[in-house]
Design a protein around this ligand. Structure first.
Ligand SMILES: Cc1cc2nc3c(=O)[nH]c(=O)nc-3n(C[C@H](O)[C@H](O)[C@H](O)COP(=O)(O)OP(=O)(O)OC[C@H]3O[C@@H](n4cnc5c(N)ncnc54)[C@H](O)[C@@H]3O)c2cc1C
Length: 441
């Protein structure tokens, strides 16, 4: 049984989750005074750059381009270490984090940053028959499945009528829009040449959105731009169309329309990581854990929650969006509040510094909006998107690899990584399927 205890007397901080928020917390904690000893608990041995998952699924980049060994990152930070472990619960009274293998990690301060998971809203068939896009195996499974459908249809064109070449993407937010655009490019520019005997022009990308517009957080002119580009390029965008249910072979809409398809990509929503449901703290919309202004849990000042897992207020009565910038800024602020507490200073409230929003639609097309009201679209916005995403990828090697892949794809229309690799579902049970952790009395 792993049990962490600090020998040098410095306070112990445990950070759960090595995503954008968790890593920023560890980094900031490595610089605070008085010094603390930090242990990062991460279920994978890598940090995943989720914003480029859709490029992994469509063959633009390779797994190691968007995933960085988490030990390679944390070893740069002073007094910080990593344990590969899946957290299954927290004993708040004993101040111990419990792992699914029976480990107990004692803490003086705890930072929960376990992120979010896919929200299927209980729509029948979605859980079983859709492809989510949240993890590396999700993207690899989708890539293999898509390519396999083309191989099947090449062997037997009758498969086309059964939906082999039809992809339905649900959710007109940034993930759905970028996925639909990338799929269209993969089909019409790459697979059309790979499968000369197949009528690839019959391949369809259908983007379903329940409201009457794409890209909800954006200005109407940006939304319209995204819609125009997708439609011009051949994506079938269906606005105001909600899904009723899914089977392995079809998607049924609320208005009764049946779309034969074997590929339903779910980009319609996220909810907090299931860890939020088992720790017994107060939750807000989407299962997120309620936090106060200082980002700690009400009544538990030694416990902070940051990133997608946190229900942090936006100052206008709502919650901050579950995107990278709030996660990074919250994590830094929580670590600084730990420092303030250790120094005997009052904590400060978190204020989000909005740096703007952007979404890519495909080659040479994106929308970017800055907080001062400036809006960009088309090629300029696309370059902004490329530069920003490149800057946030961890590791010089990965940045160079992604840049090379982008340039290659741009110049040749090629998708180098269109490889079928069988990815089995994880042998380890998902958190929600495990027995509840034992709490110490
Ligand atoms: C497909 C996709 C595209 C996106 N595109 C953008 C974009 O363009 N721009 C943008 O700003 N945001 C984007 N986002 C959102 C952004 O990635 C998240 O907001 C951000 O990753 C949140 O950071 P986080 O640290 O809270 O969570 P995460 O980055 O999800 O990290 C959580 C970490 O916790 C670990 N973990 C989970 N459970 C446990 C457990 N029980 N025990 C131990 N470890 C655990 C996970 O393995 C993971 O490493 C996108 C997300 C997705 C899925």
């Amino acid at each position: 049984m792993a049990k962490l205890r600090n020998r040098d007397g410095s306070p112990r901080v445990v950070v759960v989750g090595g995503g954008f928020a968790g890593l920023r917390a560890v980094k900031t904690l490595s610089k605070i005074r008085p010094p603390v000893r930090t242990t990062l608990l991460e279920q994978h041995n890598y940090h995943l750059f989720q914003p480029l998952l859709y490029q992994l699924a469509t063959g633009v980049v390779q797994p190691a381009d968007i995933a960085h060994p988490v030990r390679g990152i944390v070893r740069r930070y002073r007094r910080a270490s990593v344990r590969m472990a899946t957290v299954a619960g927290v004993d708040f009274d004993a101040r111990e984090v419990l792992t699914d293998e029976g480990g107990r990690f004692g803490y003086d301060y705890l930072v929960l940053a376990a992120g979010a998971t896919t929200n299927t809203f209980g729509i029948p068939g979605v859980e079983e028959h859709s492809f989510p896009l949240k993890t590396m195996p999700d993207a690899l499974r989708l890539r293999a499945h898509l390519l396999r459908q083309f191989e099947l249809a090449d062997n037997n064109p009758a498969e086309i009528d059964q939906g082999a070449l039809t992809v339905v993407v649900v959710g007109g937010g940034p993930t759905g829009v970028e996925m639909a655009g990338a799929l269209h490019e993969l089909f019409k520019h790459v697979l059309v040449h790979d499968f000369p005997d197949l009528d690839v022009h019959q391949a369809r990308v259908v983007l379903l959105e329940a409201t009457d517009h794409l890209l909800a957080p954006f200005h109407p002119s940006s939304r319209k731009h995204a819609l125009d580009i997708l439609q011009k390029r051949g994506v079938e965008v269906r606005l105001g169309q909600a899904m009723e249910r899914a089977t392995p072979d079809e998607v049924v809409l609320k208005d009764g329309t049946v779309i034969p398809t074997r590929t339903l990509i779910w980009g319609a929503g996220v909810r907090a990581n299931p860890l939020a449901d088992v720790v017994g703290l107060e939750q807000t919309r989407g299962g997120r854990i309620l936090v106060g202004d200082d980002l700690s849990v009400p009544g538990r000042p030694e416990v902070f929650v940051v990133g997608d897992l946190a229900g942090a207020g936006d100052g206008k009565g709502g919650l901050l969006p579950q995107v990278a910038q709030p996660a990074i800024q919250e994590a830094k602020h929580a670590a600084q509040n730990i420092e303030r507490t250790l120094k005997g200073e009052p904590r400060t409230g978190f204020t989000y510094n909005d740096k703007g929003i952007m979404a890519t639609i495909g080659r040479n097309a994106a929308v970017t909006e800055l907080p001062n009201g400036a809006r960009f679209k088309g090629v300029l916005a696309w370059y902004m998107w490329l530069v920003l995403h490149l800057a946030y990828i961890i590791g010089f090697r990965s940045r160079v690899a992604v840049l090379v892949n982008w340039i290659w794809s741009y110049l040749t229309y090629d998708r180098h990584a269109r490889i079928i690799v069988a990815v089995e579902p994880s042998a380890r049970p998902a958190l929600e399927q495990r027995p509840p952790p034992q709490r110490t009395p």
